[in-house]
Design a protein around this ligand. Structure first.
Ligand SMILES: Nc1ncnc2c1ncn2[C@@H]1O[C@H](COP(=O)(O)OP(=O)(O)OP(=O)(O)O)[C@@H](O)[C@H]1O
Ligand SMILES: [Mg+2]
Length: 267
């Protein structure tokens, strides 16, 4: 049986009179990819900011590896092995891959100087581990020369270096082409193969369907659908259900006529 890595219980968060997250319970098991989906403003980012300690919930509980946590904050969340990768904001483009991976947590030698050689070899190892196949790049390459998908790869490599058990990706593929998205997926697969977990937030349901083992759908701050991938025959069925939820607030019995290429949100 898989082990529970993190769990939110009855978490609520309001901004003024907006109930961004309302009584949400959600878990992530070890080694699984949870796809978190829902329309704009559904509360996805708020929820993961609570998990990563950026925002405190108004009420509710957070459990990490079975232990209830208290006075949760960003530092504690990272210590507990939770790393969040935000689209585009994660890296400094004019710096090298190696600098980006170790920024703020440099490897130093016994004199306290930065150990460039060690950082270089560690960066090489991490890039290999997550399946950086391009021969063109090495740890000294500037991030600015990388494609969008590869940049996400560097951010994921950095999270792995920090020994993350859970990597949260908030819309990592929104601005990416199909080829670049495939690259990010292969990085995520490598993370999963290492027994780590991922929360993948995305607007493109086809993307989320491809990469996730399980789905949670948020609608106006509430979890309205949770399903294993094995329970959902196709991305289209997932989309149908989401449309039905968007209209009625719950999973409806009435069938939704399926049109090709339906996308939710702005992607
Ligand atoms: N810092 C904030 N101050 C005030 N309201 C906020 C804040 N952050 C989020 N909200 C509101 O909370 C609700 C949920 O927002 P959130 O960003 O969590 O949604 P989301 O599902 O991530 O949406 P998107 O898909 O557009 O990223 C929205 O109504 C939003 O306007
Ligand atoms: Mg968001």
């Amino acid at each position: 049986m898989s082990k529970r890595l993190v769990e939110l219980k009855s978490v609520t968060k309001s901004y003024g009179n907006v109930n961004a997250v309302e009584n949400v319970s959600l878990y992530v098991d070890e080694g699984e990819v949870l796809g978190l989906i829902g329309d704009n403003g559904a509360g996805k980012s708020t929820l993961i900011k609570i998990l990563s300690g950026v925002h405190a919930p108004d009420s509710g509980e957070i459990y990490v590896k079975g232990q209830k946590v208290s006075r949760w904050n960003a530092a504690k969340s990272r210590e507990a092995g939770i790393e969040t990768v935000y689209q585009d904001r994660a890296l400094v483009a004019q710096q090298t891959i190696v600098r980006n991976i170790f920024m703020g947590r440099e490897i130093t030698n016994f004199l306290g100087f930065m150990d460039m050689k060690k950082q270089h070899s560690e960066a090489e190892r991490l890039m290999r581990e997550i399946g950086f196949t391009s021969k063109v790049f090495n740890p000294s390459s500037l991030v600015a020369t990388l494609s969008g998908g590869e940049r996400q790869g560097v951010a994921i490599a950095r999270a792995l270096y920090y020994d993350a058990d859970l990597i949260i990706l908030d819309e990592p593929t929104t601005a990416l082409s199909l080829t670049e998205t495939q690259k990010v997926f292969s990085f995520i697969q490598a993370v999963k193969d290492k027994g780590r977990s991922v929360i993948f937030i995305g607007h493109n349901i086809y993307h989320v369907y491809d990469i996730a083992d399980r789905f949670a759908v948020l609608d106006r701050g509430k979890v309205v659908l949770e399903a294993l991938k094995s329970e959902v025959p196709s991305a289209e069925i997932l989309i149908q259900n989401m449309h039905s939820i968007a209209r009625t607030g719950h999973i409806g019995a009435e069938p939704v006529e399926l049109r090709g290429g339906i996308r939710l949100g702005d992607n």
